[in-house]
Design a protein around this ligand. Structure first.
Ligand code: DP6
Length: 364
């Protein structure tokens, strides 16, 4: 499926008002997306675990406009309160997807959204937030075109979510989602995320992710700015090639169940991502001293106990601690005894691999 396939023709049905809603999770990349081309096309492929507990719930209420107009009309509520500061991001999203969802101009909307994780926890809410909204837009499209099949629905939801935030295209389904053209993965493409359908060893199907909230403040440099700094970056081409190579290796590792190699690839990806930030022009550092304290403690614990626990990072200071389910009890003890002192207000979130977004049942 290509970009043109997402431009709709005439709709078969008319609908004046109603509401749709979705709960959509965040995701954590094992192979990182960092650097993009025009129109949210990634510079390299990425692969992520869909999370289960960190999610956004969005309700989209719609009412047909009485007089036609060429603008988007919507109000935005975050955790029950009107939040105009979020509107520009949604306005931009609607502008980007207008060509694919032209009906958006025919309605006025009330968008109500909330996150399961604490506000400003430093956890990327753009992946869960944009995917939840993209799914709501698709549910409205489905009402206009009830013949739409589920595969098309998911692909277009991922396609639209990507235009809101690249990583959001990996939050529609789970447990592992790949986005970006890669020679060894059939169906992989730059337009939308696909379910990773290769062989996956049992151990990787129930991985745990405990997110240590090292710094809950606003990031100094947004992801969008960071992606842009990959243009003209001296190491950009080597980094993109590395991501391709690491994805190839991870494919073998996911099939074999080799935890040692898994940890090496995943940690190397996290540190490569931050290396790119530190060698951009201008350069910046998103890790905090406590990020490094935690990494060192994880390495020491792993060395001492041989427990297969590793870390990854997204574009921030928080640390995602990844480990198999069977080791959950001892790793959680380790986290509570040794790591939470490095977290802001000792806060952390226990999450695990999830299966993707779920539509809200609004019939009640
Ligand atoms: C470091 O998806 O937030 O988390 O497309 O500009 O919205 P935009 O960027 P975003 O970038 C995420 C980058 C990352 C790595 C990843 O999730 O692959």
């Amino acid at each position: 499926m290509q970009e043109q396939d997402f431009i709709p023709g005439e709709y078969s049905t008319k609908i004046d008002s109603g509401r749709v809603g979705w709960e959509s999770p965040s995701n954590i990349a094992l192979i990182k997306y960092w650097g993009k081309k025009e129109n949210q096309i990634p510079a390299n492929p990425s692969l992520s675990y869909t999370l289960n507990n960190c999610k956004t719930t969005t309700l989209l209420e719609f009412q047909k406009k009485t007089t036609k107009s060429d603008n988007f009309e919507f109000d935005l509520y975050f955790e029950g309160k009107q939040k105009d500061s979020f509107k520009p991001k949604i306005q931009q999203f609607f502008e980007r997807i207008a060509k694919y969802s032209p009906f958006l101009k025919d309605y006025t909307f009330k968008i109500s959204t909330e996150n399961s994780f604490p506000h400003s926890s430093g956890i990327a809410s753009s992946a869960s937030g944009m995917s939840a909204l993209a799914l709501c837009v698709m549910s409205l499209e489905q009402k206009l075109n009830p013949e739409m099949n589920p595969e098309f629905f998911n692909r277009k939801a991922s396609f639209l979510a990507r235009l809101g935030s690249g990583s959001a295209c990996r939050s529609i389904e789970g447990p592992l989602i790949e986005w970006g053209k890669h020679k060894s993965l059939s169906g992989s493409n730059d337009c939308y995320g696909i379910k990773y359908e290769e062989e996956v060893a049992e151990v990787f199907k129930s991985f745990q992710d405990t997110i240590l909230l090292v710094d809950k403040g606003q990031k100094q440099v947004s992801s969008s700015v960071g992606h842009n700094l990959m243009h003209g970056h001296p190491y950009a081409q080597a980094r993109f090639a590395q991501a391709h190579e690491n994805l190839d290796q991870l494919k073998t590792v996911l099939a074999s169940g080799n935890l040692q190699d898994f940890m090496e690839i995943v940690e190397s990806e996290a540190l490569s991502l931050h290396t790119m930030m530190m060698s951009s022009k201008p350069y910046f550092i998103l890790m905090k001293p406590n990020t490094l304290e935690i990494i060192n403690k994880i390495w020491a614990y792993r060395e001492l106990t041989k427990t297969p626990v590793c870390f990854t990072l997204d574009a921030g200071a928080n640390v995602h601690v990844l480990y198999p389910k069977k080791d959950a009890k001892k790793v959680l003890d380790f986290i509570k005894n040794k790591l939470i002192i490095y977290c802001e207000k000792e806060q952390y979130i226990c999450d695990r691999v999830g299966t993707g977004a779920v539509e809200l049942n609004l019939s009640k």
